[in-house]
Unconditional design. Sequence first.
Length: 200
Amino acid sequence: MRAIFIRHGQSTGNAGIPCDDLALLELTPKGWLQAEEVAANWNQEPSLIVTSPYLRTEQTSRPTLRRFPNAPVEVWPIQEFTYLQPSRWNGTLSATRMPFIERYWAAADPDFCDGEGAESFDRLLSRVRAALTRLEWLPASALVYLFSHGQFIQAARSLIRDPTQTGEERMLEFWKPGVPAIGNAELLSLECHGGDWRET
């Protein structure tokens, strides 16, 4: 089966606008244009379209849904990784959060959870593994488009490239300041044969 992960288009958060609820971030005009470009570039109708529960992925999927109105749609827990406690940081600028972000990744503790509404790195990896397992159960001929988020997609790529790494090793390689590993509207194309995943 084939699975193509798509990071959402540029959101207001990506554009530096503070927000009070990460799940409700919307696309910017540039993000809407990126979503249209994604939809225009598909060359095959999918067996299934999946979105995360977050608004910006649902919005990014809309042009694709218009193009393939008969494709079934499901919502899976493939939302972004929230590793800082939202109640302490909602409404702040990334520059304010940066010292705490850097400290989090430098500590490389995959079991650490910052508080209510946050999750550990190990929990993110568990969600990614669950999504990949769910995909493995689909027919071999299936083609799935999954509208997700940068760090979720990055974690999927990391697990597929080197499933032997420890959580600590993975964390130390995972985050680089100022350089998103997966850009807005960037795609990660994967294939699975007999439980073996590879990038295509």
